[in-house]
Design a protein around this ligand. Structure first.
Ligand SMILES: [Zn+2]
Length: 398
């Protein structure tokens, strides 16, 4: 049995397999064929690694850690390098304190806000000098901020209360987004920002945060099209966990109960949502992605045929492309674009439709990938504009 072709245990719910492509585009018969004559080949973009997750406690870096933690104390005026302001400031959201709301329609991939963090701090400190030492570093850094930055920092929400030793630590733990890596320190950092830190949580978020080390800026970028009047949300916890696990983690870390659309589901609808997300989670591990990528490419190289010589009784034939399309359909339906999985899935779909010379679908999925990247488009727009010039175009055995 070739792996990925026959599965003795059905791993895809039957209903899931039958899901349609959410928006299969038609081919454009008027598309120019001139591009095909070009010799230029566009490689598919290198995969984006969405978040650096180095160890919390890098060895032998205690002194450097302390030094780096005091960098924000150098102060200076608040610098909010806002590129686009697509939200009307920060306004009250019913049941969720303050939040961001779009004032105009925002396209997928568009930058919503880009700003310098008010304060950057290591997410954890080495232990030798004790807990109190770490607390003092955060307190001193916050106290040393420029007065306007300091006012903005202390105006943020602190949900930690007495569960942490200081208000400053509570503010950092409540509001920090992942930042880094930085050349002088290999541990994890958190950045607290004036506006980006105000974005509330959703289990089907419409925006994602990213950090640019070269300009020391945090960005919020639209994950999908956002309508005017819609709240701008990000995910505080893993989206692919079942609802109960998401709620437990949100309650433990942020002391609130999520009431997003997915979390309000009950009965069969809740079970369906949980099973869909579990399927995404089961396919999002690094080993699973690498294994499936290899299977997929082997299948493509062999002609992308589904013709096993013998189907053993009780086996389910699963087309690798069907699994991939199912994963994408689930992510669209759930609004759950797992940060580790969406790009491998879209890359497979672009390769698949490239070898079958389906120009419209290559454009469609490459455009989706461009919109989901949080570091500009990563090169996907070039693929969307020139499907016939991509490296996988027409590479199919007859
Ligand atoms: Zn939720």
């Amino acid at each position: 049995m070739r792996r990925g072709f026959l599965l003795s245990t059905p791993r895809v719910p039957r209903k899931t397999v039958l899901l349609a492509d959410p928006s299969p585009p038609p081919n454009d018969p008027n598309e120019s064929l001139e591009k095909a004559s070009s010799t230029k080949v566009i490689p598919l973009p290198a995969r984006y690694i969405p978040r650096v997750m180095p160890p919390d406690y890098p060895p032998d870096l205690l002194e450097r850690t302390c030094h780096t933690a005091q960098v924000p104390a150098s102060g200076g005026p608040p610098e909010h390098l806002t590129v686009f302001i697509h939200y009307n400031g920060i306004i009250p959201i019913e049941g969720a304190g303050l939040g961001m709301v779009a004032t105009v329609d925002i396209a997928a991939g568009e930058v919503i806000v880009r700003e310098r963090p008010l304060l950057l701090a290591p997410r954890a400190f080495s232990a030798p000098k004790g807990r109190e030492h770490a607390t003092n570093i955060i307190v001193n850094a916050a106290q040393s901020l420029h007065p306007e930055n300091k006012r903005l920092f202390y105006a943020l929400k602190n949900v930690k209360g007495n569960t942490v030793p200081s208000a400053e630590e509570g503010l950092v733990n409540t509001n920090a987004f992942g930042c880094g890596p930085f050349p002088a320190y290999h541990g994890r950092y958190g950045g607290v920002a004036r506006d980006a830190s105000r974005a509330n949580h959703s289990c089907s978020p419409n925006a994602a945060q990213s950090f640019d080390g070269a300009t020391l800026t945090q960005s919020l970028r639209a994950y999908r099209a956002i309508r005017a009047g819609e709240e701008i949300t990000v995910a505080y916890v893993g989206m692919s966990m079942p609802a109960e696990a998401r709620q437990e983690e949100l309650l433990r870390r942020y002391f609130f109960t999520c009431v997003c659309k997915s979390c309000r589901l009950t009965g069969a609808a809740r079970d369906k949502s949980d099973s869909f997300r579990a399927f995404v989670q089961a396919n999002s591990g690094a080993d699973m992605i690498a294994e499936f990528d290899a299977t997929f490419e082997t299948w493509l190289a062999e002609g992308a045929h589904l013709s096993p010589p013998v189907v053993p009784p009780g086996c389910t034939i699963v087309n690798p492309q069907t699994i991939t399309l199912t994963l994408w359909t689930i992510m669209v339906e759930e609004g759950c674009f797992d940060p580790a999985l969406w790009e491998p899935v879209l890359t497979r779909l672009v390769k698949y439709y490239s070898v079958f010379k389906d120009e419209a679908r290559v454009r469609h999925y490459a455009t989706k990938a461009a919109g989901l990247r949080t570091d500009e488009d990563g090169g996907w727009r070039a693929v969307a504009e020139n499907p016939r010039m991509t490296e996988w175009w027409g590479k199919r055995k007859p």
